[in-house]
Design a protein around this ligand. Structure first.
Ligand code: FNR
Length: 448
């Protein structure tokens, strides 16, 4: 029998204290009645459970990486080059997982990374993730490619700590509009992702010929945006006035193509103002929305000089995500950013690229505590988070593990996956002889 998942939490700060003992006790006590965790604790078993819960396309999109997926493997292997060095006979009976991040005390050192298209994992998508994050006191980064507009995510968990992640679009008006909406939605910071100015060579998705955005999935931030809507109307008007020359190759009419067409039409209601599938099928706007998105999604022409524009668009703190070179970290400081997010997008962009953990110490040394350092890519368990924190990360962001939790058990699944990571982090902290995250440094580790 599978255990019903972790219940919502009223007081995240209190929840973080003693989380490991409570989690173990809940799981083992349920085991007496023959109940096992619905969301597997083991990272490999969690991924396997998500695979069973998802379509082949959805699982490939979430789990996959670039090329031969050597960066995905290298991200994981990098943790194996460090060992936790225990120091017993220190009083660790009370442990403090809290950190300072962007001027606020947070109950835990974890963040949820931005993950697009979470409707692939569960119908509640970003709403479920936002609620789970709120109940754990873990800040959530709303993706530019979310399945739900940021305003609805905010309504689902109004008291939660959230940031907005921007893919720098080819339209500056659209960028400015997205950031205005993020401010109005109470986001605490803007995370500008720098490593996706071209879509990575995603082998699994290519072999399945599957990109969710072409089916109007993961473009809710756009279709609900007034500037984007204007771009779509202009495009539809221009197409009506001057049909494409040469015309776009026709999509072969198959049952799958019809289903995709209906889905695109349904998603078009924000543009057409009609909920009727028939109206939306007749309107050129839903299809024009997908085409406009594909055109403006990201710009490969972005350079350091452009970053100043973001300062004009928003007064929120700006964090650069996708920094993996120490020189770029220094350059980011020169540009006056408020945070650096060391990430290789979970190995989804370049094959055989730099594993983030291997460059974290050098980046931490250059940054020297002047701005917070977020770390991600390859974190699968609490001991991984411990290693990253010891090597200089201020906070650790989780990606795929929470998507897998979402796939297996919705909101409760996200909560349980993140709770398990926190519990193992808490135990590793205590068993290694540390009372707080603040105490962690390279001397907590030994090269393997
Ligand atoms: C991502 N990531 C990502 N990053 C971003 O800045 N915006 C986005 O919309 C997305 N979307 C997205 C979807 C999916 C399915 C995955 C797996 C990843 C990258 C993400 O924020 C993070 O950097 C990685 O997921 C971290 O690596 P791990 O923890 O998944 O190994």
């Amino acid at each position: 029998m599978a255990q019903s998942s972790a219940a919502p939490v009223d007081d995240p700060a209190a929840f973080a204290r003693g989380i490991s003992r409570r989690t173990q006790s809940d799981i083992y006590r349920a085991g007496i009645s023959g109940t096992r965790p619905r969301v597997p604790v083991d990272a490999g078993a969690l991924e396997a459970a998500a695979r069973r819960a998802l379509s082949a396309e959805a699982f490939a999109y979430i789990a996959g990486g670039a090329g031969a997926e050597r960066t995905v493997a290298a991200n994981r292997a990098a943790f194996g080059r460090w060992q936790v060095w225990p120091r017993p006979l220190r009083d660790v009976s009370s442990r403090d997982l809290s950190i300072d991040f962007l001027g606020t005390r947070r109950p835990t050192p974890l963040l949820l990374a931005p993950l697009g298209v979470m409707e692939l994992a569960h119908a509640d998508a970003d709403l479920a993730v936002a609620r789970a994050a709120a109940s754990l006191g873990v800040p959530y980064t709303i993706s530019n490619q979310a399945s739900v507009p940021m305003e609805e995510v905010t309504d689902a968990a109004p008291a939660a700590s959230r940031m907005f992640q921007l893919y720098w679009s080819a339209s500056d008006e659209l960028n400015a509009s997205l950031l205005r909406r993020a401010e109005a939605s109470g986001c605490e910071a803007i995370v500008v992702t720098l490593d996706t100015h071209l879509l990575g060579w995603r082998t699994r998705d290519l072999d399945l010929a599957y990109l969710p955005f072409t089916r109007a999935m993961g473009i809710a931030q756009y279709t609900g945006d007034p500037v984007f809507q204007q771009l779509v109307r202009e495009r539809a008007r221009a197409a009506a006035a001057a049909p494409a020359d040469p015309p776009a190759p026709a999509v072969r009419v198959t049952p799958k193509a019809v289903a995709a067409g209906v889905r695109i039409a349904r998603r078009g209601s924000a543009l057409t103002g009609s909920r009727s599938v028939r109206d939306n099928l007749r309107s050129p706007l839903p299809r024009a929305a997908v085409e406009t998105f594909l055109e403006v999604f990201s710009t490969p022409a972005l350079t350091w000089g452009d970053l100043a524009k973001a300062r004009e668009w928003t007064s929120l703190p700006i964090i650069l995500k996708g920094i993996v070179h120490p020189d770029d970290a220094l350059r980011a400081l020169d540009a006056g950013v408020d945070g650096i997010w060391v990430s290789n997008h979970g190995g989804r962009q370049i094959d055989q690229s730099v594993p983030t953990l291997e460059v974290l110490p050098a980046i931490a040394e250059r940054v020297a505590g002047r701005v917070p350092l977020v770390f991600d890519s390859g974190v699968r368990q609490g001991s991984d988070a411990f290693i990253a924190l010891a090597l200089g990360a201020t906070a650790v962001a989780i990606g795929r593990p929470y998507a897998y939790g979402l796939a297996v058990a919705g909101e409760a699944g996200v909560r349980e996956a993140v709770r398990n990571l926190l519990a193992e982090l808490d135990i590793t902290l205590g068993l290694s002889g540390h009372m707080s995250i603040a105490e962690l440094g390279p001397d907590a580790l030994r090269p393997a």
